[in-house]
Design a protein around this ligand. Structure first.
Ligand code: DOR
Length: 429
């Protein structure tokens, strides 16, 4: 039993924003009560967290995370990734299948879930591969992976270039009631591109990636989504051109959802200026007008979720020339701070920020959670909105250090992370 006392409870899905005590038993929210109401007798003597002066929200859900295990444990493991998530206030993650071997069958899915359970912290929901070996040729064993606990299918890390296979994937996933997560990238148009196409790619002498690389696949997959009636979720949307298609599709009630990542909301392609390989990411950082368009899309509902695309890499992949560096940046321990910075700078409201990290991602993936309503799993994030801190990769729980945000001063950070009623991270309360 646990009582989370005296915090400002903000639950966008449940329609709550007031000081409340939260009563937790057997891993579930029993109810929230006014601080003036007496704590019921059965909760006297329960563990307590004093959340007064703090914000209490449904546990943050990050639906785009690379945990790297099995196969690339030198970059991250399920245990270190889960510890990083907990330190970032994140209570559940959807982990991508581009491991070694890829998560394209039930035994890998089961392995991931068991490892996460053994760690005993954050909840891990594996996404299974769309295609066998993520090769884009034949469908993977989707039904088996669903039975083993997969929550979505994606070949993330690479696109499904064959539209016929993508149609089949949507049909099967639709039949199983599962979403397809699309990594939108036309590889032929991308060629050997390294960064966003524009004045900066010319200036820095790096091969360009036009935003149409993303836009074309967003348009294709929305068309296939309409054809099949299945659920489509668009991963790491980076370009204004893509948003126009998503907005139009939503207006027509096509079942599409979309995420973007904090780096696309804070950095433009000018950040590549000193060839810092920590700014190399796929899709690439875009122009300032794309950044502004994405910020508008957070406000108007075109974007449903903020997810990190946490992509750990070791110095072996990053301390090399820009052209040969692996794309990707870590994000689990900075995403809350970077999203709260959007609030501090009046880009979005606090309520919208929390919805984009809780109910929005839960709905996009069809996951439980994202609310503190009675009966929900007691996944709770307690936030100190006033805490000022400097991003210091050396202090990360993640095994990797590849962030472009080192040295950024942020305000707001997780004070405690509670998963199914158990405190898995605590800092300063
Ligand atoms: O930058 C990226 N890194 N984008 C992806 O889609 C894959 C990811 C990775 O796995 O490293």
């Amino acid at each position: 039993m646990l009582v989370i006392r005296g915090g400002r409870v903000l639950d966008p899905a449940g329609g709550t924003d007031r000081v409340q005590n939260i009563l937790v038993d057997k891993g579930k929210v029993v109810r929230t009560i006014s601080p003036r109401t007496q704590i019921p007798r059965e909760f006297r003597g329960a563990d307590e967290i004093d959340a007064s002066g703090r914000l209490v929200v449904p546990g943050l859900i990050d639906i785009h995370v690379h945990l790297r295990e099995p196969g690339h444990e030198y970059k991250e493991t399920i245990a270190t990734g889960c510890a990083a998530a907990a330190a970032g206030g994140i209570t559940a993650v959807v982990c991508m299948p581009n491991t070694e071997p890829p998560n394209d069958n039930a035994s890998v899915t089961e392995f991931m879930i068991q490892k996460a359970r053994a760690h005993g912290g954050v909840i891990v929901h594996p996404a299974g591969a769309i295609s066998a070996g993520q090769k884009g040729e034949t469908l993977a064993e989707m039904g088996d992976m669903k039975a083993a606990g997969a929550v979505a299918f994606t070949d993330d890390g690479r696109p499904v270039m064959n539209a016929g296979l993508m149609r089949c994937a949507l049909e099967y996933a639709g039949g199983l009631g599962m979403p397809i997560i699309s990594h939108c990238e036309d590889l032929a148009l991308k060629g050997r591109g390294q960064m966003n196409e524009g004045a900066n790619s010319t200036r820095f002498g790096l091969r360009p990636i036009p935003p149409q690389v993303e836009e074309i696949m967003v348009a294709r997959d929305i068309a296939l989504c309409e054809l099949t009636g299945a659920r489509l979720h668009l991963a790491h949307v980076s370009a204004e051109a893509s948003l126009r298609h998503i907005r139009a599709a939503k207006k027509r009630r096509i079942r599409v959802t979309a995420e973007t990542a904090p780096h696309y909301l804070w950095l433009d392609d000018g950040a590549v200026a000193n060839y810092d390989t920590n700014t190399k990411v796929n899709p690439p950082l875009r122009s300032q007008s794309d950044v502004e368009a994405l910020r508008r899309a957070l406000r108007d509902g075109t974007i449903d979720a903020i997810a990190t695309d946490h992509a750990p890499h070791s110095p072996v992949e990053k301390e090399v020339e820009f052209e040969v560096a692996s794309p990707g940046m870590i994000g689990l321990e900075t995403s809350l701070g970077l999203v709260l910075r959007l609030v501090n700078e009046n880009v979005i409201t606090l309520k919208r920020a929390i919805a984009l990290m809780t109910s929005g991602p839960a709905r996009a993936m069809g996951l439980p959670g994202g609310t503190l309503s009675p009966g929900a799993d007691a996944n709770v994030t307690i936030i100190d909105l006033d805490r000022e801190w400097t991003v210091d990769p050396a202090s990360f729980a993640s095994k990797s250090r590849n962030t472009p945000f080192a040295g950024w001063q942020l305000r707001g950070r997780a004070a405690a992370t509670v998963v199914r009623g158990k405190v898995v991270y605590r800092d300063g309360i």
